[in-house]
Design a protein around this ligand. Sequence first.
Ligand code: NAP
Ligand code: ZN
Ligand code: ZN
Length: 350
Amino acid sequence: MSTTYAYAATDASAPLVPFDLERRAPRAHDVQMDVLFCGVCHSDLHQARNEWKNTIYPLVPGHEIVGRVSAVGPNVTKHKVGDLVAVGCMVDSCRTCANCAEGLEQYCESGFVGTYNAMDRVDGRVTYGGYSTQLVVDEAFTLHVPASLDPAGVAPLLCAGITTYSPLRTWGAGPGKKVGIVGLGGLGHMGVKLAHAMGAHVVLFTTSPSKIEDAKRLGADEVVILKNPEEMEAHANSFDLFINTVAAQHDLNPFLSLLKRDGTLTLVGVPEHDHPSPQVFNLILKRRRLAGSLIGGVAETQEMLDFCGRYGITSDIEVIPMQKINEAYERMLKSDVKYRFVVDMDSLRK
Ligand code: NAP
Ligand code: ZN
Ligand code: ZN
């Protein structure tokens, strides 16, 4: 196979730099693709800077991938050369444990194999993600892309989309339910669009007054500036569900207080430092639940893509060349993204 051009982090404090690598030749069930677009997730930044203390350098991030199939192994049945194909946060799992058997590969008892910063189960090599011109992935972890959707806008669905879709489905977002989305970034803006399409009453909680109009355009019925206590209190005891996407440590009590009896606050944001434990009475007195949720399984990811195809949902994106990735990371830290950066991988082929 020809050389794959990529961008990599080489240590926690250095900017990402060009990096060449060799992908494996396709195995029997492998799909080889030219990467067309790759979304920029806040997890990429956490990992590049070793904020979760498990980064293997060099790290090639990227797990919101849309590509075009360039070769297939002899046993592949799901795709053919020329097909548009997508890959998310996982490229393998044990496939036999109870969670894998249920289609919940993200909770694999042996740990799923991440698209980057993980170890391939067959050859033991470190996995490199989608900030690269080519990718080779077992067909079991590839997805079909709805033909009606813009491929660049689809890329962020593979993480930001499924990470919000899955808890919205798990906790029953739909007509008659009041759903709060905290943070209007990559995940949050998908949460607003998806919860709105599911028919819920959607309230967006933001630190950024400049995002109010956008939030309404994206599908929020109401917007709350979360630093304003009166605005918060007006919603006391009224929510069925929160999806909290904030990527920084903060107090969870103000959100718990807004849940009704049996309401659920689901954390999906993974800050470098844990949130302080919330007040116990805030949970006990209304049988409220504090929960977490991790991406979604392969089948649910396909379900989410098909849902987006039906409703015409894609991510609001700013397309950048790979060479601008370090600038994009700095802007993401300032919440200055509308609402997902997507790398046009042709910028690495030139
Ligand atoms: P993002 O685009 O940077 O959005 C995060 C949003 O949080 C910001 O836009 C901002 O929205 C809000 N925010 C408020 N205070 C903040 C602060 N001090 N620092 C940073 N953000 C702040 O990030 P993302 O890609 O959506 O990812 C969000 C988090 O989810 C990250 O921690 C990521 O690692 C995690 N994640 C988890 C999963 C999972 O499976 N659980 C999957 C993917 C990502 P406002 O301006 O509206 O306040
Ligand atoms: Zn992600
Ligand atoms: Zn498993």
